[in-house]
Ligand binder design. Structure first.
Ligand code: 0A1
Ligand code: ZN
Length: 890
């Protein structure tokens, strides 16, 4: 365990390492409770460090990181050190005066993988052995310079009992395998690509394997293997298909080819995150590998495709070019998310994909940016790096790259990417290195753009439009502002690309400016205008009548836009905007306005007034359902959390829930016939396909059922029950169950029991069952959750179970997590404290659910604060949980 350091790690303190490790030889003998790791490190002083060093001593001390290690022996150049005198603790190995030439260090440690409940380092998942080293897990295996700028070539020998672990994998290519006496066997793997230790991986176990092959465009034959629990092999087929599509896509979209002879993916059921991009040996949470029509929803399929691609794409963005230090995390994560979004957009409908990405960005990242855990895309200090695998690093990191592409254009962007791959291959780079490639490719100064990496918070862009009928001009005035965020009081203006169009009677008007308030030719040609200062006015000429502006098309920048569009403008955008993102956005804006008004009415003791105009507009949308997936997005109201964010302060989750419910009922009643006809028209016909088109039809049909049920609970439940009782796919079965779960009573409980009985042998399906029950917006839910924690299918040791029951409660159940009596907060805080002793990383993530506590109304705010303070008072908090508590309360 690491000491609780009072001082944060700071970017400005970065120094190159004093020593380099060119080569690593590991010999790992697997054993459930006493695994032995022998490492031989080939070290040398870093020539970049001036010697003698400023203190005048011949060389700096060599300080290797450890984390709770048990060292059996240490030898320097073959001579064993006396452990009593060597400077050795479980967390550090120091050589005060190492040789100032090439030298070797041999270290033997003993580990207990079965007792490793943190799931970092070497641990067991079921009967298999696996590792997780990012960001600082390698130091739980052996002493090392555990930092991403130390790149080494690894040779790994893994040995185990053959019966227990017939499969032995590590990074790179297999070079040798053999049998040994006593039923043991071994495999030797060599990875020729220098890598930081966070990309090291090893697996030993008895797993079922699916094999395939991919031939790269230059003719390299790559053996592909996906290894899963025995019996689940058929459920790996979709992941394999996604992998091959991702490999082919990267060759065309980014000219990136795979570089080893094998690529292995191992699915384990105990994993702290989604998956890990270890070189040539990706290790996955099985949730992102396993799928069959009867066990996975369409959303699960889409996630699997995205995560498989994400980890594969890291081979270039993360592995071949890695990060100099952990402050540069977005260099690999933001870029790789950008790449996986592009991939999914090409595989599916780009417009629908953009909408769901933006929904996710707002839900997770805007919420983070608006609360005490806000941090910049490239942070400058951290206490615990584990807590920086956030929506800001990943999703906003991807948005920043997307903006860059919009600003400099596709061609310069492609040139910049090529330059980056050429120039930094085999190195540990920085965000500055990355951006410099695009500055060069576009001949632009990107210094002001770089503020997106340094400044946290979501900028607000206010826009106003004025039409002058005499001059036939339309002037748009933009103003940007940014609220203070932790540690950042005043901000400089961001460079914000605003894609826009002006809609006239027959569609988009040609954009012309001239003279004062003009725009550049390039801006006019692309329809993208740069707001780089606090304010900007643009006057458009030859505008025959007041146009409807469509601003921030495609969500061209991660900002909040405030434009006082009239209801007629919104309806025009909903029905006529050529940009489908803004069609959807107009519907969201309209709904959000209505809901905010209703919340105010409910808080004032009145009944919410309904608005026929909105319901009618949705009716028109329903009639024209050329693209069902898009229509499904159009009729999905903003979530309760979205509305809470729009309200921003003194949030009352009960009023929000009531307002949203009332609007759903009004839509269900007002459009009953149309919803029923959509439901009938889109009934399944033909064999199952997970493709986007078929998924889109199911999405719309199930959304229609759900809204219909809101308007007519009795008849709706009848339809949902029929759908539930004749399950064809998990998508339809679970959608029916979710609809039934909204109405208390026997029918719901019976359906829940049936679902459990049907799927009790599939833990990933039981996770859905947990999550659904945790999200029920009723006061009994907390008791239900406490009961479910005693269910035989639940375990605090498994992160997926914890996330599906407790995580879903905290993240999605707005009314009950935020119950006015504070019971939700007390429950989650207590659970975090219990879990902290087993798995601090998962505990800390759970606690981050409090991130919006300051925006609540006074009573809830006080209770949330009390729960956080109680957690803070606990002795021996992990560094992970302590960091989240401290920042949440700061
Ligand atoms: N690099 C991985 C994310 C990841 C980070 C930490 C982990 O530790 C438990 C695991 C995975 C990715 O971006 O997919
Ligand atoms: Zn990643």
């Amino acid at each position: 365990m690491r000491a609780d350091s009072a001082e944060p790690v700071r970017l400005k303190d970065y120094r190159v390492p004093d020593y380099l490790i060119d080569k690593v030889e590991l010999n790992v003998k697997l054993h459930p409770t006493a695994a032995r790791v022998a490492s031989r490190l080939f070290l040398r002083p870093n020539p970049q460090v001036l010697r003698p060093n400023p203190q005048g001593r011949p060389g700096a001390a060599l300080v290797l990181d450890g984390d709770g290690l048990n060292a059996l022996s240490v030898a320097l150049d073959g001579v064993e050190l006396d452990l009593a005198t060597a400077s050795l603790t479980p967390d550090q190995l120091t050589l005060a005066n190492p040789p100032q030439r090439d030298f070797t260090l041999e270290i033997e440690t003993e580990l207990n993988p079965s007792a490793n409940s943190r799931l970092m380092g070497l641990y067991r998942s079921g009967s298999a052995y696996c590792t997780q080293c990012e960001p600082e897990g390698f130091r739980r295996i052996t002493y090392f310079l555990d930092r991403p700028d130390v790149l080494s070539v690894y040779t790994v020998r893994v040995e185990a009992e053959r019966a227990q672990a017939p499969l032995l994998l590590s990074n790179g290519n297999l070079v040798e395998r053999g049998e040994m006496d006593g039923g043991r066997h071994y495999a030797i793997w060599r990875d020729p690509f220098p890598k930081p230790c966070y990309l090291f991986a090893l697996v030993g176990g008895d797993l079922g394997s699916v094999h395939d092959e991919f031939i790269t465009k230059s003719g390299r034959r790559v053996q592909l293997g996906i290894h899963v629990e025995h019996g689940k092999e058929p459920q790996a087929a979709y992941a394999m298909d996604a992998l091959k599509r991702a490999m082919a896509w990267d060759e065309t979209a980014f000219s990136r080819e795979y570089d080893l002879d094998v690529f292995n993916i191992v699915a384990v059921s105990d994993f702290n995150m989604g998956a890990m991009e270890n070189k040539g040996l990706n290790i996955f949470n099985d949730k992102y590998v396993l799928a069959s029509p009867a066990t996975a929803t369409d959303a699960d399929y889409a996630h699997i495709e995205a995560v498989i691609a994400h980890e594969y794409f890291h081979n270039w963005t993360g592995n071949r070019i890695t990060c100099r230090d952990w402050f540069q995390l977005c260099l690999k994560e933001g870029l790789t998310v950008f790449r996986d979004h592009e991939f999914s957009s090409d595989m599916r409908s780009r417009a629908v994909h953009r909408i769901s990405d933006v929904r996710a960005l707002r839900a997770a990242q805007f919420a983070e940016d608006a609360g005490p855990l806000a941090h910049s895309v490239r942070p400058e200090a951290y206490y615990e790096i584990n807590n920086f695998y956030t929506a800001t690093i990943y999703e906003k990191g991807a948005e920043v790259i997307r903006m860059l592409k919009v600003l400099i254009g596709d061609e310069a962007f492609a040139t910049g990417m090529d330059l980056y791959f050429r120039r930094y291959d085999g190195t540990a780079a920085t965000v500055e290195d990355f951006i410099s490639c695009f500055a060069e490719a576009s001949s632009r100064d990107l210094a002001a753009f770089f503020r997106w990496y340094r400044q946290s918070g979501t900028p607000l862009v206010e826009a106003e439009g004025a039409y002058d009928p005499e001059a036939r001009t339309f002037t748009l005035e933009f103003r940007q502002s940014s609220k203070p965020t932790p540690g950042q009081g005043v901000k400089e203006p961001f460079v914000i690309p605003i894609a826009l169009g002006l809609i006239g009677r027959d569609g988009d008007l040609p954009l012309k400016t001239g003279g004062e308030n003009g725009a550049s030719e390039a801006e006019l040609a692309r329809g993208v205008f740069e707001l780089a200062e606090e304010r900007r006015k643009i006057t458009f000429h030859d505008i025959p009548a007041r146009p409807v502006p469509s601003i921030l098309r495609g969500f061209s920048a991660p900002v909040r836009l405030d434009y006082p569009a009239s209801e007629a403008d919104l309806i025009a955008l909903i029905s006529r905007d050529g940009d489908s993102f803004n069609r959807w956005q107009a519907a969201q804006t309209y709904a959000s306005r209505l809901l905010m008004r209703s919340v105010a009415e409910i808080d004032g003791g009145r009944n919410p007034t309904q608005d026929a105009g909105f319901v009618d507009a949705l009716g028109t949308v329903l009639h024209d359902s050329a693209d069902p997936a898009f229509t499904a997005q159009m009729i999905a109201l903003p979530s309760e959390a979205d509305i809470a964010r729009d309200i921003g302060k003194d949030v009352d989750p009960d009023a929000i829930h009531a307002a949203r419910d009332a609007l759903r009922r009004a839509i269900g009643r007002g459009l009953a016939e149309a919803l029923l006809s959509v439901y009938a028209r889109l009934a399944e016909n033909g064999p199952y396909s997970p493709d986007a088109e078929a998924a889109g039809r199911r999405a719309l049909r199930n959304a229609a059922l759900d809204l219909y049920c809101a308007g007519d609970p009795f008849e709706g439940a009848r339809l949902a029950t029929r759908q539930f009782e004749t399950p064809d796919t998990m998508t339809n079965e679970f959608a029916a169950l979710s609809t039934l779960a909204q109405t208390p009573g026997e029918a719901r409980e019976t359906a829940l029991e049936t679902f459990y009985r049907r799927h009790q042998t599939e833990p990933l399906v039981i996770d859905k069952w947990f999550a659904l029950q945790a999200a029920i917006p009723e006061p009994d839910t907390l008791d239900r959750i406490k009961r479910l924690m005693g269910h035989s299918a639940f375990s605090l040791n498994n992160p997926n179970r914890v996330r599906s029951l407790i995580g879903a409660f905290a993240a999605t159940n707005q009314t009950q997590f935020n119950a006015a009596d504070g019971s939700g907060y007390e429950f989650v805080a207590s659970l975090v404290l219990d879990l902290d002793e087993k798995n601090p990383q998962v505990a800390a993530r759970l606690l981050a659910a409090f991130k919006s506590w300051r925006s609540l109304e006074t009573g809830r705010r006080r209770r949330a604060e009390a729960a956080l303070r109680r957690a803070k008072a606990r002795e021996n908090l992990s560094a992970d949980v302590k960091d989240i508590v401290d920042r949440s309360l700061a």
